[in-house]
Design a protein around this ligand. Structure first.
Ligand code: ATP
Length: 371
C-alpha cells in the first residue's frame, strides 16, 4: 500500500475572464501508508477537487502529487493504481453484479480464474455473494454501494478514494455502512482518502481529518484533537453537533483574576487560561463553549457565582435520554445538552453552570484560537 503526498497544490478553473476560480489553494497534505484520512468541509470548499486531483481526474494547476514516492502529475488515472468509489455508485446497468465487479479486471486482461477468485473473495467480505447474478436495478441502495465497494476491492489498489459514498443512503444504512467501511479499512490495511461534508462521518471514520474551507486547509488532526483543540472558530463550529456556542464579550481584570464579560453575564476565566489571555485585556474576543460543558445548576456539583449565569429557555428539544435546551442570555443565543429536563418550561429563567476549564477563546477579529 502507499503514501499519498500533495505539495503546494493549486487548482484554478477557468471562470470569469482574467479571474480564474481558485478551487484548491496551496494544499500540503501527507497521507501515510494504511492511513484513513477524511477530507471534510462545507459544499464548495474544494474537497472533491482535491480527491479528483489525486485520482488524476483533474490536472493540478501548480504543485506536485506523489503516490508511493512517485510524482504522478503526468500519470493518467488508469495507471495511478487507485480505485475510486463515488456517491452515485456508477454501476453498469446492463451487467450483473459479478460482471460489474469483474469488469475492471477483464480490461486489465487478468486470467479468468484469478478474476473469479478476487470477485468471490470481495463478495464474501461484503456479504453480497447471494446477489452476484442480479442486475443493479433490482438492488437496494445499500447493496449497490456494496457492489461499488466490491469493484474497488477486487482491483487491490494502492489507494482507495471515496467521494461522499454514503450520501444517497438513508440515515440508518449510512450508520451501518460507515462501520462497514471502517472494518474494511482494518481488514484490507489500505490507504484510504474519504471525502464527506458530514462531520460525524469524519469524526467516526478518520484516523486524521483534514478540515477545509474556501479551498484552504484549516486544520489537520486526529478527531479528538480537532474537537478539543480547534485551531480557529470555523473548525470549532464545524466539528461537533450541536455546534460549539459562541459569545462575544471582553476580558476584565479584577484583583488577581480575569473575567469574561458579555453584556448580560460575567464568568471567571479558568486560572490555567488567564495568563495566555493577558494581552487580550479589554479587547473584544469570543468565548466558545460546547453544549455538553453547560450544566443545569440544580445538578451541578461545582457551581459558584463565578461560573453560573442566568438564561431564558426558548425551546426544549427532548431526545430521549437527554434534551437540548435552546437558551438566550438576552444577547447571545446558545444551546445546552442536559440529562434532566422534565421540570423545564419555555420562557422560564434557569441558572446554568459553565465548565470554564473547557471554555475556548478566539480573537474576535481574526477568529483564530487563543486558548
Ligand atoms: P461539494 O460537496 O458541493 O461537491 P466540494 O467541497 O467537493 O463541494 P468542489 O466540488 O471541490 O467542492 O468545488 C470547489 C469549487 O470549485 C467550487 O466553487 C466549484 O464550483 C468549483 N469547481 C469545481 N469543479 C469545477 C469545474 N469543472 N469548473 C469550474 N469550477 C469548478
Amino acid at each position: 500500500m502507499a503514501r499519498v503526498v500533495l505539495k503546494n497544490v493549486w487548482k484554478r478553473f477557468p471562470d470569469k475572464p482574467g479571474k480564474p476560480k481558485e478551487a484548491v489553494k496551496n494544499i500540503n497534505l501527507s497521507c501515510e501508508d494504511k492511513e484513513f484520512i477524511v477530507l471534510v468541509g462545507p459544499s464548495g470548499c474544494g474537497k472533491s477537487t482535491t480527491l479528483r486531483l489525486i485520482a488524476g481526474l483533474e490536472e493540478a494547476t501548480e504543485g506536485e502529487i506523489f503516490i508511493e514516492d512517485k510524482m504522478v502529475n503526468d500519470v493518467p488515472p488508469k495507471d495511478r493504481d487507485i480505485a475510486m468509489v463515488f456517491q452515485n455508485y456508477a454501476l453498469y446497468p446492463h451487467m450483473n453484479v459479478y460482471e460489474n465487479m469483474a469488469f475492471g479486471l477483464k480490461m486489465k486482461k487478468l486470467p479468468r480464474e484469478e478474476i473469479k477468485q478476487r470477485v468471490l473473495e470481495a463478495a464474501d467480505i461484503l456479504g453480497i455473494t447471494e446477489i452476484l447474478d442480479k442486475k443493479p436495478r433490482v438492488l437496494s441502495g445499500g447493496q449497490r454501494q456494496r457492489v461499488a465497494l466490491g469493484r474497488a476491492i477486487v482491483r487491490k489498489p494502492k489507494v482507495f478514494l471515496f467521494d461522499e459514498p454514503l450520501s444517497n443512503l438513508d440515515a440508518k444504512l449510512r450508520v451501518q455502512m460507515r462501520a462497514e467501511i471502517s472494518k474494511l479499512h482494518t481488514r484490507l490495511q489500505a490507504t484510504m482518502i474519504y471525502v464527506t461534508h458530514d462531520q460525524i462521518e469524519a469524526m467516526t471514520m478518520g484516523d486524521r481529518i483534514v478540515v477545509m474551507k474556501d479551498g484552504l486547509i484549516q486544520q489537520i488532526a486526529d478527531p479528538i484533537t480537532l474537537y478539543d483543540q480547534p485551531s480557529n472558530k470555523f473548525v470549532a463550529s464545524f466539528i461537533g453537533s450541536p455546534s460549539m456556542n459562541f459569545m462575544d464579550g471582553t476580558l476584565v481584570k479584577k484583583k488577581d483574576a480575569v473575567y469574561f464579560s458579555e453584556e448580560n453575564f460575567t464568568v471567571k476565566v479558568h486560572d490555567d487560561h488567564a495568563a495566555a489571555l493577558e494581552e487580550y485585556a479589554s479587547r473584544d474576543l469570543t468565548m466558545g463553549i460546547r453544549p455538553e460543558d453547560i450544566f443545569d445548576k440544580v445538578y451541578a456539583s461545582n457551581a459558584s457565582p463565578d461560573n453560573t449565569i442566568t438564561a431564558t429557555v426558548e425551546v426544549v428539544e427532548p431526545m430521549g435520554a437527554e434534551a437540548l435546551l435552546y437558551l438566550t442570555t438576552g444577547k447571545s443565543p446558545f444551546i445546552a445538552r442536559v440529562a434532566s429536563y422534565e421540570q423545564l418550561e419555555v420562557n422560564q429563567d434557569i441558572d446554568l453552570v459553565f465548565d470554564m476549564s473547557k471554555a475556548h477563546f478566539f480573537d474576535k477579529a481574526t477568529e483564530q484560537t487563543i486558548i
